[in-house]
Write a protein that binds this ligand. Structure first.
Ligand code: ADP
Ligand code: MG
Length: 227
């Protein structure tokens, strides 16, 4: 339909733009970050330190947007390898643990099998997990719990990320994953679209369950690699 074609055009245009511009933005951003970090080193004035922290946070934000756009420009996985998903997940969770704790969020990880092989582009898959967990964190402004699980069933590795957050109203569920669909003031509405694309390129599936004011669970199914 017309809507789909328009969306494809829009994405193609963004992809081209991203390919040309992302690197150009990243380099000056890296030097800005370096100098801002350098200035914080011997800054004794508390207010100025705070301003520098704000600058660094904002640089981080621009950087993460640029990163999202870079994935749009190159949506195909590049390095497919046989990996055990368990340490990959542990690694992502350890990255987020500290930030989550600060926001009164507990992250639990349960896995039924210690070895579950999948064929993945590890960095892309980490990005997917990060996107889902970041969304879970953002859905719980007053704290809560994120239960992450992994198990093997019917030749599929099942991953799930469940939060105890605000949930997604039914009329918004079908908009999930559309480019630029966001309900957040500072959101860009790209995270899920990119994640769905990456999962798809791994021959995986994703679905969501949500109950308003109870929480949301994203399920990811990846083909199990057996040798
Ligand atoms: P962004 O996080 O920038 O808004 P995403 O593509 O990651 O973009 O998510 C799109 C929208 O989907 C979010 O703005 C939010 O409304 C909804 N959403 C995604 N994950 C969750 C979740 N775990 N709980 C509640 N809403 C969610
Ligand atoms: Mg997001």
């Amino acid at each position: 339909t017309e809507e789909i074609i328009n969306r494809q055009d829009k994405l193609a245009a963004i992809g081209q733009l991203a390919a040309g511009v992302a690197h150009e933005i990243r380099n000056p951003l890296t030097s800005m970050k370096g100098y801002a970090e350098f200035l914080t080193l011997d800054e004794k004035d508390e207010a100025r330190r705070e301003y520098l922290d704000i600058i660094l946070d904002e640089i981080e934000r621009v950087d993460s947007i640029v990163e999202d756009f870079m994935v749009l420009a190159k949506p195909k996985p590049e390095l497919m390898e046989v990996k055990n998903i368990v340490p990959v997940m542990k690694n992502v969770l350890s990255l987020l643990e500290f930030e989550a704790k600060k926001q009164k969020i507990n992250i639990n990880f349960e896995y039924r099998e210690a070895l579950m092989k999948v064929v993945i582009d590890e960095n892309r898959m980490k990005q997917v997990l990060l996107n889902f967990i970041k969304n879970a964190v953002e859905a719980m402004p007053n704290g809560g719990t994120i239960n992450v699980s992994a198990f093997l069933e019917d030749q599929q590795v099942h991953l799930s990320i469940a939060d105890t957050g605000v949930g997604i109203p039914e009329e918004k569920l079908k908009k999930i994953g559309e480019p630029f669909f966001t309900t957040k003031e500072t959101g860009n509405g790209l995270g899920l679209m990119i994640s769905f694309k990456i999962i798809d390129s791994h021959n995986g599936k994703v679905y969501v369950e949500s109950e308003l004011n109870k929480g949301t669970t994203f399920h990811i199914l990846l083909p199990h690699h057996s040798d």
